[in-house]
Design a protein around this ligand. Structure first.
Ligand code: ADP
Ligand code: ADP
Ligand code: ZN
Length: 218
């Protein structure tokens, strides 16, 4: 099954994608994570992307489509993919339709996660991640069970993204509204759109996502 989690920064896409990976064996495909890995590795592509990401703009469609195409060619995506943070423009959405069709596959559902802007800002400024295993947390809404220790791997080192500031998130929300929000109408037109309330607790949002998966399977 191939799903898109569509929603602004902080909507909970990554959080839900990781849960779906564990529950269903789908692969999370996060273009943001892939770009951050390229930045850390110090590749030429990573260095070019870094300046763009730090100010909250979008990396070019060509670069993004190429990394997704390469990822979809690996054998571990056979059980399905949860697209997280991709597509973000009409050109990327069009390219995804073509990349799936070329592999004899299709999109099964696009799940739009709706969250109020002020809640998004709170989520982004409180977000942090385990430096070792990548587990996501929030200083108020999703704390580790033991303060300072990762629930998953026991590491005591955490990181925060440089673009997770109030100023940058407000810029990223504008970019979302202008460049990505038009995809809602695109997928509605395809008959693939499912809208869920992302303001609920993490577990309740998961239940809504699971309900969509059951419906599209039936
Ligand atoms: P996205 O991938 O859409 O940018 P994340 O999944 O990283 O969003 O979530 C952003 C922050 O909000 C994280 O710190 C996460 O722990 C927290 N979070 C995710 N879902 C919820 C929720 N339903 N309620 C409260 N906080 C949440
Ligand atoms: P979030 O879900 O919090 O908005 P991501 O991790 O998805 O953040 O993306 C971080 C940054 O990486 C974006 O602000 C953008 O610069 C870049 N990026 C990620 N995915 C894409 C994409 N599909 N198209 C263009 N730029 C992207
Ligand atoms: Zn960890």
């Amino acid at each position: 099954m191939n799903l898109i989690l569509l929603g602004p920064p902080g909507a909970g896409k990554g959080t839900q994608a990781k849960i779906l990976e564990e529950q269903h064996g789908f692969k999370q495909l996060s273009t943001g994570d892939m770009l951050r890995a390229a930045v850390t590795a110090g590749t030429a592509q990573g260095l070019r992307a870094k300046t763009i990401m730090d100010r909250g703009d979008l990396v070019s469609d060509d670069v993004i489509i190429a990394i997704v195409d390469e990822r979809l060619s690996k054998p571990d995506v056979s059980k399905g993919v949860v697209f997280d943070g991709f597509p973000r423009t009409p050109a990327q959405a069009d390219a995804l339709d073509k990349m799936l069709a070329a592999r004899g596959q299709k999109l099964d559902a696009v799940i739009e996660i709706k969250v109020d802007d002020e809640a998004l800002v709170k989520r982004i400024v409180g977000r942090f991640t385990c430096a070792k295993c990548g587990q996501g947390y929030h200083s108020e809404f999703a704390k580790p069970k033991k303060t300072g220790i990762c629930d998953v791997c026991g590491s005591t080192e955490f990181t925060r993204r440089v673009d997770d500031t109030e100023k940058t998130v407000r810029d990223r929300l504008q970019v979302y509204n202008k460049q990505t929000a038009p995809l809602v109408a695109y997928y509605h037109g395809q008959g693939n759109l499912h809208v869920i309330d992302g303001m609920a607790d993490i577990a309740d949002v998961t239940r809504e996502v699971e309900a969509v998966i059951s419906r599209v399977k039936a």
